[in-house]
Design a protein around this ligand. Sequence first.
Ligand code: SER
Length: 318
Amino acid sequence: MNKRVLIIGACGQIGSELTLKLRDIYGNKNVIASDIRTGNKELMKSGPFEIVNAMDYDSIANIVENYNITDVYLMAAMLSATGEKFPDKAWQLNMNSLFNVLNLAKEGKIKKLFWPSSIAVFGSTTPKENTPQETVMEPSTVYGISKLAGERWCEYYHNKFGVDVRSVRYPGIISWKTKPGGGTTDYAVEIFHKALISGKYTCFLKEDTKLPMMYMNDAIDATLKIMQAPSSQIKIRSSYNLAAFSFTPKDLSEEIKKIVPEFEILYNPDFRQKIADSWPKSIDDSRSRGDWGWNYKFDIKKMSEEMLNNLYLKYEIV
Ligand code: SER
């Protein structure tokens, strides 16, 4: 049977790039993008698109049936910072959407499911450096609680009902095409835009706040790799630790200054500082490397160059 893919949350930061990549691989008409709102031109023009609320089981089930969907990527979620402002909504969206797709898989209507977890599953009692795959997990944000609960449900549906669900714990994802929204790691994207537009950025985290990060190309690569691996290689059915590099706002500003020497960073920490302080500083992803061959390609230098080069073109700065 041919692969037919549905992405829920296709207009978001990761979804918008993942959709285009999946269309390259499986063919435009075999990759159905969906979201609660329409997306950018490139996404809308390159293949089928459906408006869908990730919490509405019936409309997702209809799309799955109409398009003979085999694989679903559930990318819709409310992230850590927005989740603290709307805890009920965050819980409802993050959990209901996951149950919808887990149940579709349980009922045999889809074959394979990707659902991302996050470094937010860890909390202040977790070892901060080289955080192991299996460790203390006491998340303090609604987002983190929903991702940890989701991980347990993924493993449960796999063990109990044989659902082929695969997941990675994304670190902060840095990209230039679509901006992230509502996350604690978003500063690492905003900083590049501001560096080019005004040469100045006021960071909402302290200068020494070290967090695990990754460039979008590697995040997409990991997502495709874990989904393409033979099922027998996926030994962890909750979610895999995944890492590239870690840095502080100060480290990143130094890197940007190498290319934009006049760049200036100021610090004005807000409620997101507490969230960041509860998360790991670096992640041990040896299980991903060993089980399904994960390896990252972009370090902080290469990522910063790519970000600035692409944003220069986007803003038509010459
Ligand atoms: N980038 C996310 C956030 O900051 C973490 O998964 O909420």
